[in-house]
Design a protein around this ligand. Sequence first.
Ligand code: PMP
Length: 299
Amino acid sequence: MNTHNVLDSIGNTPLLPLRRMIEPGMAQVLMKMEAWNPSGSLKDRVVKYIVEEAEAAGTLKPHHVIIDASSGNTGIALGMVASLKGYRSQIFMPVTKSIERRKIMRVWGTELVLTSGEDQNSHIWAAEELAKDTEHYFYLNQNGNAGNVMSHYWGTGQEIVEETSGRIDSFVAGAGTGGTLMGVARYFRNHDVKARVVGIQPATPISRIEGLLHFDGHFQPKIWDESFLDDFVKVTDDVALDTARRLAREEGLFCGPSTGGIVAVALDEARRLGSGKTVVAIACDRGERYLSTPLVPEG
Ligand code: PMP
């Protein structure tokens, strides 16, 4: 009997080189295609890792409702994992995030609670309040659970090092919870990979770059450790959206705004480092989840 299921197709994503966006004299830029995970984002690895770790430890019980705060991608990944495994799930998300996110979560059967758009962390405070009821709820806690970092350490980080034989000069990713950056940077550090680690964040607290946190001192994820970063670059909405559109038109890769911001910074890195060097950048999620937003031109 074939027992292969959707969870087995999480991870081992391809590493694709940019072609037309690279000019002579620039380093190569390799895109780690996390958008091609089955639910469409880098969060599939995180949810699978944390849920299965908790199942093995006995802290997640069959009657638990799995809850978390999410800007959308973790909620969508949780909907997929929970439906396959037979758990109920509930997600807190700010009202400002794209309508597609809400609809996809509804398809999975996830219960969605919308929180204020004025405070970029309103969904986190709401989830933490409910998480106190440990009898009925299992709190995934992507902002505080070390499993988030470890899923990228043993997944994204290890795969990138194996696929490039460790020959990486710069790594660029977005900072939401910091799971991707911390996990990959730790893997590099423990395996003697000397690449620069570059994080990106939105230039403003309220931003069109969904999924990333503007670090303004009000909230810092528990798993965050800035000492792993060599550079932390602020990106404007315009640059992120323009670059995401270019990525579709010039490279055939339709991804979301955070990927646009990451590629803009990865191209700067590639220009500075010059030919013969390698930059790895994360393609975080699929563009289709932003069809109703300014990413897609009207008309
Ligand atoms: N891009 C998008 C679209 C995201 O949803 C997230 C996660 N919120 C990130 C980037 C950043 O990932 P991480 O949480 O690992 O920092």
